[in-house]
Ligand binder design. Sequence first.
Ligand code: DHB
Ligand code: FE
Length: 279
Amino acid sequence: MAKIIGGMGTSHVPGAGAAMDNGKTQDDYWRPLFEGLTPLREWHKNNVPDVNIIVFNDHATSYSLDAYSTFTIGVGEEFQPADEGWGPRKVPVVKGHPELAWHIVESAMAEEFDLAIAGSLDVDHGLTVPLSLAYDQPDAWPAAVVPVCVNVIQHPLPSALRCYKLGQAIGRAVRSFDDNLTVGIWGTGGLSHQLGGERAGVVNPDFDKKFLDNLTQDPLANTTMSHTDFIREAGCEGVEMIMWNVMRGALNDDVNEVFRLYHIPVSATAYGAIILENA
Ligand code: DHB
Ligand code: FE
């Protein structure tokens, strides 16, 4: 049976991708972030799974706001880096894993989780920046990817608890996949940030720290907050944090935190990353 080897949460700030793409990671502004990521990259070097399930959001890149599904899973053979206005990032094509993706669809559907299915899906910074943060600049990504896209853009959004339950359903699906695959699960976005409006630039270290602590010690505490709570405390785009609940739900109740980084500022955000292994 397939096995989950660990979970990662990470912000997906597009500027961090641009810093890598344009050779700026050693600039004064970016060096602290990329130095801080050294142990995260070391962990990934030592823990390359067959497949990473990457929970991310499309930023109105591939989806128009006319039709926005709550949860979408990519079942295609490959996914192209999206053009977000400056041409696609020059990063490797993202290879899919249709067999695992379809198994998740069927297993989740049988549990009344009706995922939208995408054969083709161009993936924006929400998915490609975490790959670059983890794996740097390889010629090909070392693992296949099953993209799981969550609507955190067009309200009403799925609840924080619904995201956790989706993660639990994905975890059960992986554990019932009849192949000895190793699987990673990533949640992306956050932490506190707001890109526009009167409160643009808001960050909330106390809230972020509590969210990270809860992920390890009391994950259900992160499922009881409303979107208003997230937006009030962590800014409009801070609500992306609910995607980390999908990652957490797929792991065991007891986990070991093996890495954490928290750094302000990265662009307009409080950058956070965490790696959790099943205890
Ligand atoms: C920024 C952060 C995001 O999560 C995002 O999707 C776009 C921009 C930023 O801080 O620049
Ligand atoms: Fe985002």
